[in-house]
Every structure is written in structure tokens, then in C-alpha cells.
Write a protein that binds this ligand. Structure first.
Ligand SMILES: [Zn+2]
Length: 408
């Protein structure tokens, strides 16, 4: 078996790894870079038949839209639905690839040469998998992105108790090498932080800045609303993300069943989202009919009349921010994005009480070590990290530069 990291050996994001055995060649992830990248990846210049996507984050799947020939892309069913819905909301054309499904614990065969078993992991999006790759009697485990501090920590604990054995190479992410996560060590701490801020804001409204696909964070915000007597107001896109995931996970709120979850029903964003939903009836099913029920919808005017009642996670909210100021903003993403002018402006707005409450979607060093200790691989290859040299602490490490094949 031969593995080549096309991108990701010395950077976070943009991951693309090729596995070759016999006549078969597949890619593990095909991500867009998060910023300036050290390597260029052109999927159409690579020779492969299938792509296995570990989880639905742009830096792991973003390149699939560049495919010019028919390939099969494997991912979890929720991941696929979230990606397809996002494209519809953004008016992007449908993906032209075929899809295969990943299910935790079930092998997927790629001809007679390669097979892959996904392991469900705790990460900051649903359907996140680590991947065990088997070919020619050799085994590689690719960690994907993972953490042990979210609501699916039990998946990580299960993994530690039942790790893959006889692993020749562990390709392990190391986003948190050189980063800390001490202030809010887990999602529960984030929820408690939100509760504290919402109480302290008194009669002021509060906005949440977070990824619309970070379902754990949306759940934390909803729980904080239950605790503080506020309604959690989301845009139609976010409501659909929650619908998609709540179909499978009952703990996730849904507009039909969760009394404190409301949809913003007017304004530019609502108008644009509603058009997309109407245009794509087949995809969205009866979701459209649920949006405007009196017990579900809330208008900008209702919010302005009683701002202390609401915690809002909506896209493009600058006009509402102006209308509801003074107000609070909880920024709940990686602090590096705060350099972007759109967030900087909000942070520096004197009418805004700005709070940063975030925990990482990635494993801290102690949890990375737990994975290594459980798997006991022959060799560790760093990936998705800015500090590959720091992996030395874990054992026998091989620094594999982008583009250089490794025969196993
Ligand atoms: Zn990720």
C-alpha cells in the first residue's frame, strides 16, 4: 500500500491524502485550504476512482465541487444532506459526483484491493469519522478531525476501549498542538458561559456568531435559552440544519417540537432563504410548511418590541444589530477569524457588549496521546497540524512532506 499526503502535512485544513493498492487508488478527504496554502491540489490531475470524506467541513470536502469527471464520493448521510442543502441555499449548482454512504463500523470495499471502516468520532459537526484503511495485509488509521470534549465524547471513549489493532501507520490530526483550550474546556463550559452572559445582559438582546453547521454549539445555545427563559431565534438555513440532524438525534432541537426555538420569518435573509426552499420542494419536503406556523415564526418587529426575550443566530444580521443596540454578542468560533473585518467591526462597536465563548472542535494534546496509546501504531505520521515536529512526544514519528509517497 502506498500513501501520499498531497496537502496537510504541515498545515491545518485543505487535507488530501491518496491511498494506492493494486489497481485501486482512492482519496481520503479533498479539502479546500483555510487560507494561504503550502501546496496546490488539482483533483483532476490525480488518478483515482473514489473519495472518502471524513466529515462535512469545507477544509475536508471543499474540492469535490472541482471534479470534472464522474467519481464516487463517500460520506455519512447527514454530511451529504448538509452539504447539498448548503449548496441550494447558496444557489450553487448540484454536485455531479455519485455518492456512497459511510456507516460507523461497516466496511466499505473498493474492489478487492482496499477496504475502509469508519469510526464515529466526536467533532464540531455531525457525521465525523476516523477511517481504518486495510490493503495488502497492512493497516492505516486516519484520525480525521476529532475531540473528546463534546456531547459525543462517548464515541471517543468507545474508540479507546475498542481501538483498531495492528495499525502500521497512524495519520493523526494535531490542530491543537501549540494551542490551548483552557478557558472553556468543553461544550458544557460553553453552555454555562452563555447562560452567564445571557443573564448578565438583562433586558438586552444577544446575538450568537457561530458556524451554522456546528450543531453542538447550537444545542448549547438552545439549552442556555431554556435556562434563561429566552427564545433561540435562527434563520431558515440553521433551522434546516437542526431539522436534518434532529431526524437522527433526538437531543437536537427542532422547530416542530422545541418550544423555545423560533425562525426569523421576515427580512432580506428570510426572503432569500424562503425562495430557495420553495424552488427546491423535492429536496426540502414539508419543511416549508413548518416555517410559518404561528408558534414557530417570529418577526423582526416582535423582537424589537421585546429584545430581552431573544438570543439570535442568524446570518447577515448587521441591520438587526443596529436596530437592537445596545445589545450583546457572543462570538463562538476560533479566535483567529476575529481578524476578519466583518467580526472586528462588531467587536469594536461601542454599543455591543462582546464576549468570546468557544471551545475547540479538536483534541487537546492529552487526548491525542490517548489515541496513540490506544492504537499503539508502528509509526505516526502528522497531518492537519502546524507543528509536526512536536509529535515526537508520541513515539516513532515520520514526517512525510506533501507529495512524497510512503510505501507501507
Ligand atoms: Zn473539521
Amino acid at each position: 500500500m502506498k500513501i501520499t499526503i498531497h496537502r496537510g502535512s504541515r498545515e491545518i485544513g485543505g487535507v488530501c491524502i491518496q491511498v494506492q493498492s493494486g489497481d485501486r487508488s482512492i482519496l481520503l478527504d479533498a479539502g479546500s485550504p483555510l487560507g494561504e496554502s503550502l501546496s496546490t491540489v488539482d483533483l483532476n490531475a490525480l488518478d483515482f476512482s473514489d473519495i472518502v470524506i471524513s466529515h462535512p467541513h469545507q477544509d475536508h470536502f471543499g474540492l469535490i465541487e472541482t471534479l470534472s469527471s464522474k467519481k464516487t464520493v463517500y460520506m455519512g448521510p447527514i454530511a451529504r444532506k448538509l452539504i447539498e442543502a448548503t449548496r441550494l441555499f447558496l444557489q450553487q449548482p448540484p454536485l455531479t459526483c455519485s455518492f456512497g454512504e459511510l456507516k460507523s463500523g461497516e466496511w466499505v470495499e473498493f474492489g478487492s484491493d482496499i477496504r475502509i471502516k469508519p469510526y464515529l468520532m466526536d467533532h464540531s459537526c455531525p457525521d465525523a469519522f476516523g477511517l481504518l484503511i486495510e490493503a495488502e495485509g497492512k493497516r492505516v488509521y486516519y484520525s480525521g478531525d476529532f475531540r473528546a470534549s463534546g456531547p459525543r465524547k462517548d464515541a471517543f471513549d468507545y474508540f479507546l476501549a475498542h481501538p483498531p489493532r495492528d495499525v502500521d501507520v497512524l495519520l493523526m490530526e494535531g490542530t491543537m498542538m501549540g494551542r490551548g483550550n483552557a478557558r472553556f474546556p468543553n461544550e458544557k463550559a460553553v453552555e454555562n458561559g452563555m447562560i452567564e452572559v445571557l443573564k448578565q445582559l438583562g433586558d438586552r438582546a444577544c446575538f450568537l456568531i457561530s458556524s451554522g453547521r456546528h450543531v453542538d454549539r447550537l444545542c448549547a445555545a438552545y439549552s442556555a435559552c431554556l435556562e434563561t427563559g429566552r427564545d433561540f431565534v435562527v434563520d431558515m438555513y440553521t433551522a434546516h440544519v437542526l431539522r436534518t440532524v434532529s431526524d437522527k438525534f433526538l437531543r437536537v432541537p427542532d422547530i416542530n417540537t422545541s418550544s423555545r426555538l423560533k425562525v426569523l420569518a421576515n427580512g432580506c435573509t428570510a426572503g432569500a432563504h424562503y425562495v430557495r426552499i420553495k424552488e427546491n420542494r423535492k429536496f426540502f419536503g414539508d419543511f416549508k410548511d413548518d416555517l410559518f406556523r404561528p408558534e414557530t415564526r417570529v418577526s423582526k418587529e416582535q423582537i424589537a418590541a421585546n429584545p430581552s426575550r431573544y438570543f439570535l443566530r442568524i446570518s447577515h444580521f448587521s441591520d438587526m444589530l443596529r436596530a437592537l443596540s445596545p445589545c450583546g454578542v457572543i462570538y463562538s468560533m476560533w479566535s483567529g477569524y476575529l481578524e476578519e473585518p466583518r467580526f472586528k467591526r462588531i467587536k469594536e462597536d461601542p454599543r455591543v457588549e462582546f464576549h468570546e465563548i468557544h471551545t475547540s472542535g479538536h483534541a487537546v494534546v492529552d487526548d491525542l496521546r490517548k489515541m496513540v496509546d490506544a492504537i499503539r501504531p508502528k509509526r505516526i505520521v502528522p497531518v492537519h497540524t502546524e507543528h509536526p515536529e512536536a509529535y515526537e512526544m508520541f513515539g516513532d514519528v515520520l514526517l512525510l512532506p506533501d507529495g512524497q509517497p510512503l510505501d507501507i
